[in-house]
Design a protein around this ligand. Structure first.
Ligand code: SIN
Length: 326
């Protein structure tokens, strides 16, 4: 039987409400890892589990320092011969950022599987226990090795990059890249064999101060382009634009963006559309900017922070060219 590490970080999966019928008014991250395990005795049939509590956070309060601490702990477990796979429980709200950070910085082929829940642990029909069980099945499954960081949620298994939360309340809250889920549960099965194990893209810096500020600007019809100068003046070292459609840049933004790129501040063009990619062709008339490809703005921000921390913003372009861009 495999041995899995369970790292609990909080979230709705550990949430507690006053009433079993309350699915929105609750405290996220209230329960400890032991309580999560106790709710799913069937886990004992899947693996031996060593549980630890790293944080008890509502994931809206996750910060780069938490990503770094989690990444260091996961890497130590990946390097531990006694551990076969790792399950991380997390809030759904910023799960996509943490998943991207882990995917981009971890080295190793053992499964790393994030899971979460939309209903608190106290709710009628809470989804957390089944999600935790499924995540453990994924982490214990030999076909999960070499696939990088995975997210097991609801019926589906997603790769970390390209993931985005796309529902505020529904249980099928996540979507992946244009290709969709890569696998399903009961039993765990993947739709394609694992490709070559992804290499670590960026080395994680030692502390959060080394992760530069990158701001996401949401561009709506008529949004004033002076926001660009504002965030740069406030210390942003990179900008991600959440643009309409396939990364369309309103005419009034062209000059400030060209000026910003010329000043050495990288600009990544993502879409504010819920699903789909921004492709390189869109940017032919926008020299110096980078297309986010399949990454949502939230994940493009994490990738750009890491690229800037490594002193090589072009690493982001290479990453996107390497498979996250059509
Ligand atoms: C959180 O992200 O921690 C709260 C919301 C959730 O987990 O669904």
């Amino acid at each position: 039987m495999p041995t899995l590490a369970l790292i609990a970080t909080g979230g709705t999966i550990a949430g507690v409400a006053a009433s079993a019928t309350d699915t929105t008014g609750y405290t996220a991250g209230a329960l400890g890892a032991d309580a999560l395990l106790a709710a799913v005795p069937q886990l004992a049939e899947v693996a031996q589990i060593r549980a630890e509590q790293l944080f008890k956070l509502d994931s809206k309060d996750m910060e780069p320092g938490h990503w770094l601490a989690l990444g260091r702990r996961v890497q130590a477990l990946l390097d531990d011969d006694a551990i076969d796979g790792i399950v991380i429980t997390h809030g759904t709200d910023t799960l996509e950022e943490t998943a991207a950070f882990l995917q981009l910085t971890l080295a190793g082929t053992k499964p790393v599987v994030l899971t979460a829940a939309m209903r608190p642990a106290t709710a009628l029909s809470a989804d957390g226990p089944m999600n935790l069980y499924n995540a453990a099945c994924v982490a214990a499954h030999p076909d999960s090795a070499g696939r990088g960081t995975l997210v097991s949620f609801g019926e589906a298994i997603f790769p970390a990059l390209g993931l985005r939360k796309c529902q505020t309340h529904r249980l099928d809250a996540f979507a992946g890249t244009s290709a969709g889920a890569i696998g399903r549960h009961d039993p765990v099965r993947y739709f394609a064999p694992a490709a070559d194990a992804p290499a670590r893209t960026f080395a994680a810096p030692a502390d959060a101060a080394a992760l530069p500020r990158v701001d996401v600007l949401y561009v709506g019809a008529g949004t004033p382009p002076d926001l660009v100068d504002l965030v740069v003046a406030n210390g942003a070292r990179g900008i991600v634009l959440a643009l309409p459609g396939n990364g369309s840049l309103p005419a009034g933004w062209e000059t400030p963006i060209a000026r910003t790129v010329a000043a050495g501040i990288p600009v990544v063009c993502a879409s504010r559309a819920v699903l789909g990619a921004v492709n390189r062709k869109t940017l032919d008339d926008r020299p110096g900017t980078v297309a986010a490809g399949e990454l949502p703005a939230s994940q493009a921000r994490v990738a750009l922070m890491l690229a800037l921390a490594g002193g090589d913003a072009t690493a982001l372009d290479r990453l996107l060219a390497d498979g996250y861009i059509p």
